[in-house]
Design a protein around this ligand. Structure first.
Ligand code: ATP
Ligand code: MEV
Length: 582
């Protein structure tokens, strides 16, 4: 699916790390209105054509050649087994939950879709040095220990047998890793992410730590960063982190094990491709295990959407049953606006709060879950009825109500989706996961004739507004949201899930990394002409500087100020392939 995205950014502060559960929270007050944001005229932000073509070609072959696809890739001998590095780069998208968050944890139907332009990128490399290196620049976290140090701490009892089935860790396992990391002095969020990644590394590529990966692969280096996906804002950043990491590590494990059999090795190869079906299954299962470290009892929805992409219906299997995941035929090309309240929240704590409510008021809470599930089901029925071949019904208004029992579901309209979204939002508030800032988003949208709901865990983070009506209305809505001090992403949903990018980070992502490193001021790459043009990826850099959507980028105040001044001075068109000022 080709994605086009208008993306509006404003000056704001990074979402602070989620507060510890037990910390007393300040009452929320609306942020003071921001100074008039730089006017953003229209932003096209999509995967570079080169990536898009590559993944589309791969998809055609995928069905027949799933597993062959992996083994047929060129093998560059003398990579593993000598002192060369094997490097794999992956990325995975964030997600929007349209219907069903929280209730999905209890087996109710949910609808989620990838936001494929907002991604987490992971680079995993074997190293000649016997060490484990993890870098998470978004949280200003880095970790480095030699394998002898790890061995002394764990005796590698935590490394599972090579090729073992993906399984979430038990508490004792996690306690050991956590204790080992305890003197790192990290934030709670940084520490959780580290524990999850150390678990995944020891579990997915144990060969490296057990000394079975060949002489050239004695250590592992892993770097993860966000390419525009806000961390902890309800768009599934933790799932994207776990999916991209699991993809990189499983790919590395495959390369290493083939090298052991064939006596050689291979690089990740050039170009981007979608993983095969069996690869996706394995990546998703490990990602779920990683998510349990971050969230305790995730439903599996977020990692599944991030892994498979597109739009899916998801039902968690209860009592050990398998989850049901179905792509949604006839998923409408919904124009939506994502608004980030920039209020930090803690998914684990919110999920635990709903569980407490269930335990205290089981009948009422169960009925609320049922109602949420019914909303998702109605959306899906209407989406199915909207597939032209399925039901040639004339468009109908939502709420006309008079359908006879045997009549097919009425097709979807934006208005109808908006009404369902608003009902879902109110039920989520009844579960205690609302927030005054989210209510403000709903009010502002309502004043513009649009309806909204929180998306993700709630308690802050993002809301999704179903856009209907004129473009003019959209523009003034965005303006109004920005005036509230919120940040907006105008986007459509669906698109690619996890991708392998060979052994090099694609240029747009390189640019995001460069932004994080803040090596130079953006003014240095601006060129004259009848407009100024800045190379691919500087768009993302500016977007992030303006939006302030990441912590720990290491950006100097001067660089940020320079970017804001440049952007404020002129209207901007921003895209993967360039940034133009007119
Ligand atoms: N780019 C990243 N670098 C390091 N850690 C990250 C990154 N993205 C996510 N994380 C980890 O995931 C946590 C955020 O997860 P959380 O579930 O609170 O938010 P979310 O996944 O964005 O929202 P939701 O679960 O509501 O969809 C962070 O605190 C951090 O531990
Ligand atoms: C709140 C929740 O439903 C979605 C978080 O994005 C939790 C989950 O499904 O694991």
């Amino acid at each position: 699916m080709v994605m086009e995205q208008d993306w509006t950014v404003t000056v704001g502060t990074a979402a602070a790390p989620a507060p510890a559960e037990e910390e007393e929270e300040e009452p929320w007050r609306p942020p003071s209105p921001q100074p008039s944001p730089p006017r953003v005229r229209g932003i096209v932000h999509k995967l570079p054509a080169c990536l898009q073509e590559e993944v589309e070609e791969e998809e055609e072959e995928e069905e027949e050649e799933e597993d062959k696809q992996v083994s047929n890739q060129p093998v560059a001998r003398a990579c593993v087994g000598t002192a060369s590095e094997v490097r794999v780069v992956t990325s995975a998208p964030g997600k929007v939950i349209l219907f069903g968050e929280h209730a999905v944890v209890y087996g109710k139907t949910a609808v989620g879709a990838a936001v494929s332009d907002l991604r987490v990128v992971v680079t995993a490399s074997t190293t000649v040095e016997p060490e484990l290196v993890l870098e998470l620049p978004d949280l200003d976290v880095s970790f480095r220990r030699t394998t002898p140090e790890l061995s002394d701490a764990f005796g590698f009892s935590l490394a599972v047998a090579p090729g073992a089935k993906p399984t979430p860790p038990d508490q004792a396992h996690l306690d050991l890793i956590s204790a080992f990391l305890s003197d790192e002095g990290r934030s709670k969020d940084g520490k959780k992410a580290l524990v999850s990644l150390v678990f995944l590394a020891l579990a997915i590529v144990p060969e490296i730590f057990l000394g079975k990966a060949g002489a050239g692969a004695r250590g592992l280096s892993l770097r993860a960063f966000s390419a525009s996906l806000p961390v902890g804002a309800g768009l599934g950043s933790s799932a994207a982190l776990c999916v991209a990491t699991s993809a990189a590590l499983t790919r590395l494990a495959d390369i290493i094990s083939r090298a052991a059999v064939e006596g050689g090795g291979e690089r990740g190869g050039g170009g981007s491709r979608r993983p095969s079906g069996s690869e996706l299954e394995r990546i998703n299962a490990w990602a779920f295990a990683g998510e349990t470290v971050l969230h305790g009892t995730p439903s599996g929805l977020d990692n599944t959407v991030s892994c498979y992409g597109g739009a899916i219906k998801f039902v968690k299997g209860m009592d050990g049953a398998a989850n049901t995941t179905e792509p949604i035929p006839g998923f409408p090309p919904l124009p939506i606006l994502l608004t980030n309240t920039l209020v930090p929240k803690n998914t684990g704590a919110l999920v635990a709060g709903v569980r407490r409510l269930l335990e205290a008021h089981r009948p009422a809470t169960t009925a609320t879950f049922d109602a949420i599930g019914a909303i998702a089901a109605e959306f899906l029925d209407r989406a199915a009825a909207s597939v032209p071949a399925a039901t040639p019904v004339a468009a109908a208004e939502c709420g006309d109500g008079a359908a006879a029992p045997a009549a097919p579901a009425q097709p979807l309209t934006a208005e109808c989706v908006g009404e369902l979204a608003e009902m879902n939002h109110r039920l989520l508030c009844a579960l205690g996961v609302g927030h005054p800032a989210l209510e403000r988003v709903c009010e502002v949208a309502s004043a513009h004739g649009c309806r909204s709901k929180l998306t993700g865990a709630g308690g802050g983070g993002c809301a999704v507004t179903i856009l209907s009506g004129e473009d003019l209305c959209k523009a003034s809505l965005v303006e109004a949201m920005l005036g509230e001090g919120f940040k907006c992403y105008e986007t459509s949903i669906g698109g690619d899930g996890v991708l392998f990018h060979g052994d090099a980070v694609p240029p747009p992502f390189v640019a995001a990394a460069a932004a994080a490193a803040a090596a130079t001021a953006p003014a240095a790459v601006a060129r004259g002409g009848d407009g100024l043009e800045i190379e691919a990826g500087w768009s993302m850099f500016l977007g992030q500087v303006l939006a302030g959507d990441r912590e720990g980028t290491g950006l100097g105040v001067a660089a940020a100020a320079a970017a804001v001044v440049i952007a404020a001075a002129v209207p901007v068109v921003l895209g993967w392939r360039g940034l133009r000022y007119y």
